[in-house]
Design a protein around this ligand. Structure first.
Ligand code: PMP
Length: 378
């Protein structure tokens, strides 16, 4: 099977990830920091090391880096933990439902209001202008995705972050499709809430993610409970990251994430981005000569959406599955993005490579799409 659904989760993982998860479960699978014994101390040490590595990689501080279960969890902490009654939020027209739905729920509960700024692909000025036009005195947060998970559009995050800072807004970034592939440093980019999945570009296992905070923001916890610290205190501690990490952490996942991150550091985000871009360029060229294939997005670098005329995307996806290619087809948990690109009727077929895919695999995919488009596979 050729796996090209890495935007959902990367597969396979580097060998070092499998080894780290297995070593943790076999050798020191104790509850981190919950007891005085050596195994618990070793587990806690691994958690701390990984926290430091993530913080260093993204230019944040370890004390302000909290582990989460995935990117959705990090985004919920960021939005629900920070926003207060009467706040107004601006998001982009390419947001994932992980951003849209918590905001919609808060809006329905009468807590906040929000507006959607249209992203104009490859036109930073126009995109920024659309954001500026929505600004209100009560606007508190600008929250955007870095890269669209449906169309691969890269948002002008530097300009948006500087704009937010200049207007006194908090800036939140959904780095679900960029962490581990694009360079992101909180030292250079004024981001206050950086939301990451551990299981995509950082090559950790599923069930991992992180929320990195600037020192301008300390979200309220959404889940209270044992933190392994201040144990006689009745109230949830305020100290970060403990305040956001109640309950037993996903230790095997965190160990795997640490290994995935060191793999990314060894290879380098530049090389990873270059590899993915090369594959997507090849696919774009191949698809451009197949009659009836419509491609979306302006030269996306890391993933590509297309559809075949007269065929629902899901059907194309299942035919590709039968031919040995795994892609995601249909709707991609991003209602706003599908509306923006007018694909709410058919959905799209999304191809998302990782470092482990090859040119041959892309050729194989293009060949299969050609066969389907010519009606040779039913
Ligand atoms: N935001 C974007 C842009 C995504 O692509 C995804 C995953 N499809 C998410 C958020 C949610 O990530 P997770 O699956 O880690 O919760």
């Amino acid at each position: 099977m050729i796996y090209l659904d890495n935007a959902a989760t990367t597969f396979p993982k580097p060998d070092c990830v499998y080894r780290a998860v297995s070593e943790c479960l076999r050798c020191f699978g104790a509850n981190p920091g919950r007891a005085g014994h050596r195994l618990s101390a070793k587990a806690a040490e691994r958690v701390y090391e990984t926290r430091e590595e993530i913080a260093a990689f993204f230019g944040g501080s370890p004390e302000r880096t909290a582990f989460t279960l995935n990117c959705t969890h990090a985004i919920n902490f960021a939005l629900k933990g920070v926003l207060q009654k009467g706040d107004h939020v601006i998001i982009s027209s390419l947001e994932h439902n992980a951003v849209l739905r918590p905001l919609e729920a808060m809006k329905e509960a009468g807590v906040i209001t929000f507006d959607v700024a249209r992203v104009v692909p490859q036109n930073e000025k126009a995109t920024l202008e659309n954001v500026r036009a929505l600004l209100r005195p009560e606007t508190r947060l600008l929250f955007v995705t870095h890269v669209s998970n449906v169309f691969g559009t890269v948002l002008p995050v530097e300009q948006l972050a500087s704009f937010a800072r200049s207007r006194g807004l908090l800036f939140g970034l959904d780095a679900a499709q960029s962490a581990g592939v694009f360079d992101i440093s909180m030292e250079k980019l004024p981001v206050d809430l950086l939301c990451l999945p551990g299981h995509k570009g950082l090559f950790g296992p599923m069930g991992t993610g992180a929320l990195l905070l600037s020192d301008r923001v300390s979200p309220r916890p959404l889940i209270e409970g044992g933190t392994g610290s201040f144990s006689l205190q009745h109230r949830q501690p305020d100290v970060l990251p403990d305040a956001l990490e109640s309950g037993t952490l996903n230790l095997p996942g965190i160990c795997g994430l640490g290994a995935g991150l060191s793999f990314v550091r060894r290879v380098g985000t530049k090389a990873i981005l270059q590899h993915e871009t090369q594959l997507m360029r090849l696919l774009r060229e191949d698809l451009s000569v197949i009659p009836g294939v419509e491609r979306f997005g302006e030269a996306p670098e890391t993933l590509l959406s297309f559809r075949i005329a007269g065929q629902p995307a899901e059907q194309t996806g299942s035919l590709l599955d039968r031919m040995g290619v795994a892609v995601r087809a249909g709707y991609h948990c991003a209602a706003l993005a599908h509306t923006s690109f007018e694909t709410t009727d058919t959905g799209t077929v999304r191809v998302s490579p990782s470092l482990f895919n090859t040119k041959n695999q892309i050729k194989n995919l293009s060949f299969s799409v050609n066969q389907i488009a010519m009606g040779k596979v039913l």
